[in-house]
Design a binder for this molecule. Structure first.
Ligand code: KG4
Ligand code: ZN
Length: 324
C-alpha cells in the first residue's frame, strides 16, 4: 500500500510517498526557515501564505522523485493537529481535495504520533512495549506505547518544551533562529563550564525548563557570560542531562523493550550520544532529517492507522490544540 503524506503544521511544507508505512519512496521538505529567521520565530500568517504557494509544487516534486504515478497512490495521510491553524488548513484542505477528486481514502494524523512513527522508517522495526521521548518545539512528552495506537502519556513539560528552551536560550546568547541547531553547533567544540540548575521534579516523569532558561538570562544580564560557545554547551548539557536521566529511569520503571526518540530536538548530537550511552535497552533514533518536521512520518503513521481500521473523510477538521 502506497501513501502520499502531507505535512504543513508549522513552517515546513512537506510531502512524501511511503510504501507500507516503512519504505520511503520520496520525502520532500520545503523549509520556510529563511523567511521567518529575520523575525526571530515563526510568523503564523506568513507561514500559511507560504504553504499555499508551496504545497502543489512540493506534492508534484514528491511524486516525481518517488517515480510513482497518481494511479499508484492508495491513500492520503495529512497532519490535522496540533499546530498553527492557518498552516494546518492548507495541508488538510489540499489532502481533502485530492482525496475527493481521485476518490482515495483519507486519514488525518496527529503530528506528535507522526513524529513517533518516524522510527518505523528505519531498517529495524520498533519492538513493543516501548518508551518514546517526543521532544519538539512545542512538546516534551514521555509516552508508553504498548501497541500501534496504544499510548499512555507518562510525563510532559510543565512549562517550556525542550525545543522552545533551546530557541529561547539561543536568542539570549545571540545565536539566531532556530536555536536548537545553533546551540548544537556552538557547543560542539566548547566546554560546559557554567553551573546551571536542573529541575528534577522527583517522583514524576514531568519536565520543567523555564527555570534553566531564566538562570541563563540572569547570568547574561549580569555580564557573567564570557564565552558564548561554553554557555551554549552548558545549557545543552543541562537540558540533555535531565532528558536522558528521566527517560532512562522511566524506561526501567516500566520494563520496556526499547527507547525511541523523536521530534526536532532528537536531532541534537549530545542527546543522541548520551541516550545511547546510558540506556539499559536498545535505542532507536531516526536520522536528523526524519526528526524534524517531514511528511514521510505522517505517511508512515497514516499507514498503521489505516491498518488498524481508522479512516477520515471530507469532514476532517484541523485541531490546533489536538492532544496525544
Ligand atoms: O519537531 P520540530 O521540527 O517541529 C515541531 O513540531 O515543533 O522541532 C523543532 C524544534 C525547534 O525548537 C528546534 O530548535 C529544535 O527542534 N531542534 C533542535 C535541533 N534541531 C532542531 N534542538 C536541539 N538540537 C538540534 N540539533
Ligand atoms: Zn514537529
Amino acid at each position: 500500500m502506497i501513501l502520499l503524506g502531507i505535512e504543513t503544521s508549522c513552517d515546513e511544507t512537506a510531502a512524501a510517498v511511503v510504501e507500507n508505512g516503512r519504505q520511503i519512496l520520496s520525502n520532500v521538505v520545503n523549509s520556510q526557515i529563511d523567511i521567518h529567521a529575520r523575525y526571530g520565530g515563526v510568523v503564523p500568517e506568513v507561514a500559511s501564505r507560504q504553504h499555499i504557494l508551496s504545497i502543489i509544487p512540493v506534492i508534484d516534486e514528491a511524486l516525481r522523485q518517488s517515480k510513482a504515478d497518481w494511479d499508484d497512490i492508495n491513500a492520503i495521510a495529512t497532519t490535522c493537529g496540533p499546530g498553527l491553524a492557518g498552516s494546518l488548513l492548507v495541508g488538510a484542505n489540499t489532502a481533502k481535495a485530492i482525496s475527493y477528486g481521485r476518490n482515495l481514502p483519507l486519514i488525518g494524523v496527529n503530528h506528535l504520533e507522526g513524529h513517533i512513527y518516524a522510527n518505523w522508517l528505519g531498517e529495524e522495526e520498533p519492538e513493543f512495549p516501548l518508551l518514546c521521548l517526543v521532544v519538539s518545539g512545542g512538546h516534551t512528552d514521555l509516552i508508553l506505547m504498548k501497541n500501534h495506537g496504544d499510548y499512555t502519556l507518562l510525563g510532559k513539560t510543565r512549562d517550556d518544551a525542550a525545543g522552545e528552551a533551546f530557541d529561547k536560550a539561543a536568542r539570549i546568547l545571540g545565536l539566531g533562529y532556530p536555536g536548537g541547531p545553533a546551540i548544537d553547533k556552538a557547543a560542539s567544540s566548547a566546554k560546559a563550564d557554567l553551573k546551571l540548575p536542573r529541575a528534577w521534579l522527583k517522583g514524576t516523569a514531568d519536565f520543567s525548563f523555564s527555570g534553566l532558561k531564566t538562570a541563563l538570562l540572569r547570568l547574561n544580564d549580569a555580564g557573567e557570560i564570557n564565552n558564548i560557545n561554553n554557555a551554549a554547551a552548558s545549557f545543552q548539557e543541562a537540558v540533555v542531562d535531565v532528558l536522558v536521566r528521566k527517560t532512562v529511569n522511566t524506561a526501567a520503571k516500566h520494563g520496556v523493550a526499547q527507547i525511541l526518540l523523536s521530534g526536532g530536538v532528537a536531532a541534537n548530537s549530545l542527546l543522541r550520544q548520551r541516550i545511547r550511552d546510558f540506556s539499559p535497552v536498545p535505542v532507536l533514533i531516526p536520522p536528523p532529517v526524519l526528526c524534524t518536521d517531514n511528511a514521510a512520518m505522517v505517511a508512515a503513521c497514516g499507514f498503521f492507522r489505516i491498518q488498524s481500521g481508522n479512516s477520515s473523510n471530507i469532514e476532517l477538521d484541523v485541531e490546533p490544540s489536538l492532544a496525544m
